[in-house]
Design a protein around this ligand. Structure first.
Ligand SMILES: NC(=O)C1=CN([C@@H]2O[C@H](COP(=O)(O)OP(=O)(O)OC[C@H]3O[C@@H](n4cnc5c(N)ncnc54)[C@H](OP(=O)(O)O)[C@@H]3O)[C@@H](O)[C@H]2O)C=CC1
Ligand SMILES: O=C1O[C@H](COP(=O)(O)O)[C@@H](O)[C@H](O)[C@H]1O
Length: 505
């Protein structure tokens, strides 16, 4: 690693405080950031370097997985951080920023490498990139990379405009679009489990898989992001990005090489193969949307979405979505992918369940055993691990078959040592590895797919179902699977059937 100056735009904001600064500290503590780095925090409000470093220390103590040990250690880390008040619309401020960056480049020997992290509202991305160029910040011999946060646009058209603005200044290879789900340990593990195991790879197709279910459930409501969320909803906030990215990881073909572009090529082929919804009727038949009303969660009263701060009291924004999606290619023809996400659900849990088809009518089925399907579950969040359910003979009992499980709980083993998604992604951006960032064509295909849903909803607000906070969403989401002869499998370690053996070690 040859060092870099990191310029964090939006350094006084929530993302910087909760995710970015803690990630820098963990990288430093783990030796992944050597002494050749500097961080410049940028935002409009005034802060001295000392105040900024105090804020930094508070955020690390509150949110980082490594806490600050002693003052000497802290001082060594903190001296890499400086703050400059800057309004991104003020080009002169960028010239001043360039001078400071050059000084830090010399001081920490970072070879002219610069990473610009835009933890800002997307409307500001275009101006920042123009002003980076006008301010001379791209005139060094090192590399220049732009890391940007979601949401990347509001629909295909706005995303396209945003992309054009960025591309006037940066090449695609230097744009790192964050989807923090791609930084999660178990999402990255999907490809390893799929492609490194002889007993999964041959079965990974429509001959053996009945359906795939992706659940991304949250107990939280909209917290202090009501203004943003009411404009976005679950479709744009979660489905367009995290859910379709996970679907692509599950469905993609094996890449020919483990090169970022090869992996992204395979993912984009999946997104291109999503069967589009051609009419409002198709959307109604395949997509359920809901909004939470007042309810109870973990014994506490929860307000209705429409009573949340900064939310329109008559809002029709969806806080829940479930959909039946098909990938129209040779491997997946006829296999439904069911996706669901919602706020104020009973548990925080992200899981992907692969339900295998049952064995043919063999001697066991002929004997009228009620065989449970085999399940492979990727537990992404908060518990991390892999769960495999199969059928076996109940010990001692005559002819009784029961489901047993192999339950690998990775988070029980490595616990706090698992790097946080942002830590991993900042490290990758620093190394120039774009594998787990989204390329423009992926983003564009994902928008194209969800735009058809958004358009149908815009024309008909009548099919918004309501669900009480603390429930699993509208009944229509169960009916969606029941119509195909399936059901949602329980998540968060609450699987059905008599599990007689679970290994947690
Ligand atoms: N918070 C989160 O968990 C997540 C956030 N994101 C995305 O990250 C981005 C940032 O989010 P978040 O941190 O929550 O937002 P905040 O509103 O908390 O922070 C916004 C930051 O932008 C700065 N800012 C605003 N206008 C200007 C300006 N004209 N010039 C310079 N700085 C400016 C603000 O500082 P000041 O007022 O001092 O100028 C502040 O530091 C958004 O795109 C969001 O969607 C994505 C996923 C999760
Ligand atoms: O991007 C987002 O993700 C979070 C959920 O992320 P997780 O890592 O906590 O599962 C979600 O709450 C937020 O609305 C969305 O913008």
């Amino acid at each position: 690693m040859n060092g870099a100056v990191f310029l964090i735009f939006g350094a006084t904001g929530d993302l910087a405080k909760r995710k970015l600064f803690p990630a820098f500290y963990s990288l430093y503590r783990e030796g992944k950031l050597n002494e050749h780095f500097a961080v410049i925090g940028l935002a409009r409000r005034s802060r001295t370097n000392e105040q900024f470093r105090e804020d930094l220390r508070d955020s690390i103590n509150e949110f980082a997985r490594h806490h600050v040990q002693d003052d000497e250690d802290w001082a060594k880390f903190a001296e890499h951080f400086e703050y400059l008040p800057l309004d991104i619309n003020n080009v002169d401020g960028f010239r001043q920023l360039n001078t400071l960056t050059q000084q830090l480049d010399v001081k920490f020997q970072t070879n002219g490498n610069r990473l610009f992290y835009l933890a800002l509202a997307p409307e500001l991305f275009g101006n920042v990139s123009y002003n980076l160029r006008e301010g001379g910040l791209l005139e060094t011999t090192g590399w220049h990379r732009l890391v940007i946060e979601k949401p990347f646009g509001y629909d295909l058209e706005s995303a396209g405009k945003l992309n054009q603005q960025l591309r006037q200044v940066f090449e695609e290879k230097d744009i790192y679009r964050i989807d923090h789900y791609l930084g999660k340990e178990m999402v990255q593990n999907i490809e390893v489990v799929r492609f490194a195991n002889a007993f999964f790879e041959p079965l990974w197709n429509n001959k053996y898989i009945a359906n795939i279910q992706i659940t991304l459930g949250e107990t939280v409501g909209v917290e202090d992001r009501g203004g943003y969320y009411d404009h976005s909803g679950a479709l744009r906030d979660m489905a367009q990005n995290h859910m379709l990215q996970m679907l692509a990881m599950m469905a993609m073909e094996p890449p020919s090489r483990l090169h970022p572009e090869d992996i992204r090529d395979e993912k984009v082929k999946v997104l291109r193969s999503l069967r589009p919804f051609e009419s409002a009727e198709e959307v109604t038949k395949n997509v359920v949307r809901g909004q939470y009303t007042a309810g109870q969660l973990n014994g506490k009263d929860m307000p209705a979405y429409r009573s949340e701060e900064s939310v329109n009291p008559e809002s029709n924004t969806e806080t829940y979505l479930a959909a039946r999606v098909f990938v129209d290619n040779f491997r997946w023809a006829g296999v439904p992918f069911y996706i669901r996400t919602g706020k104020r659900l009973p548990v925080k849990s992200t899981e992907v369940v692969v339900e295998f088809k049952n064995v043919p009518d063999n001697v066991y089925l002929a004997n009228k055993h009620d065989l449970q399907p085999n399940l492979l579950v990727f537990r992404v969040n908060p518990m991390e691990g892999i769960y495999l359910q199969m059928n076996a003979k109940k010990p001692g009992a005559e002819g009784v078959i029961i489901p047993i499980a192999m339950d690998f709980c990775q988070s029980c083993q490595v616990g706090l040592n698992t790097p946080e998604a942002y830590e991993r992604l900042i490290f990758d951006a620093m190394r120039g590895d774009s594998t787990y960032f989204t390329r423009w064509d992926e983003v564009a295909h994902a928008w194209q797919f969800v735009d058809a849903i958004a358009q149908a909803w815009k024309e008909n607000s009548g099919d918004l179902a309501h669900y009480p906070a603390g429930s699993w969403g509208p009944d229509a989401a169960n009916e969606l699977l029941a119509a195909d002869g399936f059901k949602w499998w329980p998540v968060n370690g609450q699987h059905e059937g008599e599990v007689i053996w679970a290994s947690q070690s």
